[in-house]
Design a protein around this ligand. Structure first.
Ligand code: ATP
Length: 226
């Protein structure tokens, strides 16, 4: 997992670097998503209260989270939505394009290649890889599929920095090791297994079945309404 240390740059804060809790960084992504909804609904400005409302956060929480990174907005006016979007993107590092490789083009990999939400957030899947040579040599959703052995050269030539792992759990560590050896610096792992990776590589796991399990627990243990 990536460390929680974030170094604000001079455009967002002149303060000394602080250790930013992971939960704050997670909420930044939610604020960004909410800002996109507000802009789509025609809002040019917003307030901490409005930004937090849909997400179930108090205005003080929103202010405290943003204060980690500098001073945003003006008293009485609030935040300009476009300015706050730009600032949060800069903080998250998504104010530029990230070139991404997909490993595994089974059902999940193919579905992810068709997902438009990555492109709109600046993530560009430039190549996919699979060990099954029957699946290579084609394009899926416009993305060329290569044999896994081509990974190091493609990472170099295409300046790929991130990898998505959509292979079975039994193959995920192997796929991740190949990504690391090829030189990527971050991995989003969709396989239901915990990866063992060097500290220099950030990684996040998305296990949809575990998420459903958590939901299940919450539903099963819901107290009856008074
Ligand atoms: P399909 O029926 O098309 O194979 P699936 O979703 O059932 O789809 P999975 O068994 O989940 O396929 O595997 C996902 C993909 O990961 C497959 O295309 C498989 O060839 C590929 N794969 C398996 N091991 C690796 C690996 N080590 N590196 C790269 N790709 C791999």
């Amino acid at each position: 997992m990536s460390s929680g240390r974030h170094k604000p740059d001079s455009a967002t804060s002149k303060d000394t670097p602080k250790v930013v809790p992971k939960a704050v960084v997670s909420r930044l992504s939610l604020y960004l998503r909410e800002l996109h909804h507000l802009i789509a609904a025609g809002h040019a400005t917003t307030s901490s209260g409005q930004l937090g409302q849909q997400l179930g956060f108090r205005d003080a929480q929103v202010r405290r989270d943003l204060a980690y990174f500098g001073h945003f907005g003006q008293p009485g006016v609030g935040y300009r939505c476009d300015e706050l979007v730009a600032a949060i993107r800069k903080i998250l590092g998504t104010d530029r394009e990230w070139r991404v490789a997909m490993i595994g083009v089974g059902n999940l990999g193919r579905a992810l290649l068709g997902y438009k939400g990555f492109g709109s957030q600046g993530f560009r899947i430039v190549a996919a890889f699979d060990v099954d040579l029957a699946k290579t040599g084609q394009k899926i959703e416009g993305v060329p599929v290569f044999p896994l052995d081509d990974l190091p050269q493609m990472v170099r030539d295409q300046q790929i920095e991130l990898g998505l792992v959509a292979v079975p759990a039994t193959a995920a560590q192997h796929a991740a090791d190949r990504l690391v050896a090829a030189g990527v610096s971050g991995i989003l792992n969709f396989a239901p297994v915990t990866l063992n990776l060097p500290d220099r590589v950030s990684h996040v796991g998305v296990d949809l079945a575990t998420e459903l399990e958590q939901l299940c627990f919450s539903v099963a243990n819901r107290r009856p309404e008074p």
